[in-house]
Design a protein around this ligand. Structure first.
Ligand SMILES: *[C@@H]1O[C@H](CO)[C@@H](O)[C@H](O)[C@H]1NC(C)=O
Ligand SMILES: *[C@@H]1O[C@H](CO)[C@@H](O)[C@H](O)[C@H]1NC(C)=O
Ligand SMILES: *[C@@H]1O[C@H](CO)[C@@H](O)[C@H](O)[C@H]1NC(C)=O
Ligand SMILES: *[C@@H]1O[C@H](CO)[C@@H](O)[C@H](O)[C@H]1NC(C)=O
Length: 464
């Protein structure tokens, strides 16, 4: 605990240091002020992962912007030392050295040395073909000051994989569209950093890594541990939405309607009913609850998705917000569904996970079930603000309902996709990342089928 407080203090020192003396950081700020990060990025995943020591250091090293730029251009692979490796296995003096503001560069180099500017994925098929053979290859890290020191990925005859001297203990631990994290057993220290450390101490060749066999102590119990839930907050869809959009041959045809089929692990319908009940009891969300009750097809669709293993975050506009919608906006055929679909995020997010993400990255984009629109979230006034201009809203009643698969977050406005707001389109710079035209997929089909059944699909352009 003491360390954490110390760390926060140190962090603010680092910020002070950075903003007053490092104009390079200001330059970087300028360049990347328009970058937005996807909520399913490997960076978001890292910061929410169990690699808490590594992610703390990445933040302290002020590397987030550098890494954001990296993932906007290419995949990255992160070899993440387990927490103990950065804690008890590390010489405390070395750790102090890394955390001193004047050694920021060493800390950055050390961390970037664990990251590769490409995607290195462990594939089971490779396993068998290389069985009983040792092999290796070298890769170059993101650390520019490693003076040509490369990393060596090798496997021995037992099939153990190593990155340089560190054993890879959790291959493919975290897999995201823009990168991948492998868990490793110990810290990789570039020679340049070790030399800096040694010269600072005027001592030669003292290893920064403590000898193996130190007593097993867990000095920090449950520090970032979240209560066990079926899906940890911030997880991507249990099944990636893109899988649902383009079903492969392995996917069975749509299951027979009705809850609780033999393959269902979750009774999604019951959970949806449960959250609508919660909304009604919570108060102030009757309009939305009404829409969900009246449009039974919408509610049962959500239930079915949850039954199939999807997770959903509902951004629920409160009654005051709904009251501001004009009757025109609501009475158009299919309008309520479209509005609700734009408020459904196919991820399980809680107030904490969203707030952490926007606080660290500035802007985060979430997919919605209203394809291909995304909703942008950013930190504002100590809260999370969704959307832009007219169609924006603040997180108002956090965590109204969170059961591990459905999360309901109350907001104080109705979100509208950028095209539908009155704001001049030029005002906000459009993100350079072009959203790929989504393939007509399962979710889309479902939405269209549903609207078609109501005779309202003419409003839903994508259905044609
Ligand atoms: C910051 O960005 C503005 C415009 O986006 C540009 O004119 C200015 O030169 C940039 N400043 C630096 C230090 O790069
Ligand atoms: C990252 O890797 C995935 C899978 O190989 C690929 O589809 C994607 O285009 C890559 N992203 C970038 C930014 O290169
Ligand atoms: C690998 O070695 C094990 C035991 O040494 C042996 O049983 C196995 O058949 C070998 N596999 C291949 C593909 O050579
Ligand atoms: C839902 O149905 C009830 C009763 O049929 C009706 O009074 C209410 O206005 C409907 N709400 C919406 C939002 O359509």
């Amino acid at each position: 605990m003491g360390f954490q407080i110390y760390g926060v203090f140190r962090l603010s020192l680092l910020f002070f240091f950075c903003f007053t003396t490092l104009s390079a950081a200001a330059l970087r700020d300028n360049i990347s002020s328009n970058t937005q990060i996807n909520s399913n990025s490997v960076l978001v995943a890292l910061l929410d992962s169990h690699y808490t020591e590594l992610s703390e250091l990445v933040e302290k090293a002020l590397l987030l912007q550098t890494l954001e730029e990296a993932v906007s251009k290419h995949n990255i692979t992160i070899f993440a030392p387990k927490n103990e490796a950065l804690e008890r296995d590390l010489d405390p003096e070395f750790k102090r050295f890394l955390l001193e503001p004047r050694n920021l560069k060493s800390l950055q180099n050390l961390l970037l040395f664990h990251m590769i500017p490409s995607r290195i994925e462990e594939r089971p098929s490779q396993e068998s073909s290389y069985a009983n053979k040792s092999s290796h290859r070298t890769v170059t890290s993101l650390c520019k000051d490693a003076f040509g020191e490369n990393l060596r990925i090798s496997r021995n005859k037992n099939g153990d994989k190593h990155i340089s001297e560190a054993k890879i203990i959790k291959p493919n631990d975290i897999v995201r569209p823009d990168g991948i994290i492998h868990g490793i057993e110990r810290v990789l220290i570039p020679k340049s950093v070790q030399q800096n450390f040694n010269s600072r101490r005027n001592l030669i060749s003292i290893s920064a890594v403590l000898p193996q066999g130190a007593p097993e102590v867990d000095p920090r119990t449950h520090r970032l541990k979240k209560p066990a839930s079926p899906v940890p907050a911030g997880s991507p869809p249990a099944l990636p939405i893109y899988d649902a959009m383009a079903p492969g041959p392995a996917l069975a045809p749509a299951p027979a309607p009705g809850p609780g089929g033999p393959h269902h692990h979750f009774d999604g319908e019951a959970q949806v009913k449960d959250f609508i009940q919660t909304l009604l009891h919570y108060g102030g969300y009757n309009e939305l609850a009404d829409i969900l009750v009246n449009l039974t097809s919408l509610a049962s669709e959500m239930g079915r998705l949850v039954s199939e293993g999807y997770v959903l975050t509902v951004l629920a506009p409160n009654d005051e917000a709904m009251a501001k919608l004009t009757t025109d906006q609501l009475s158009e055929p299919g309008a309520p569904e479209q509005i609700v679909y734009y408020h459904l995020i196919p991820e399980y997010q809680t107030e904490e996970s969203m707030y952490n993400a926007v606080r660290r990255f500035g802007k985060v984009r979430y997919d919605t079930l209203r394809l291909p629109y995304k909703v942008v979230a950013e930190e504002a006034d100590g809260s999370v603000k969704f959307g832009q201009g007219e169609g924006s809203a603040y997180l108002f009643d956090p965590d109204i309902y969170t059961d591990g698969r459905i999360s309901v977050q109350g907001i104080d406005g109705v979100l509208l996709p950028p095209e539908e707001t009155e704001v001049a389109p030029k005002a906000a710079p459009v993100t350079s990342k072009v959203v790929a035209q989504p393939r007509r997929g399962k979710l889309m089909e479902l939405a269209c089928r549903m609207l078609g059944a109501l005779g309202q699909d003419s409003q839903f352009n994508s259905c044609h």
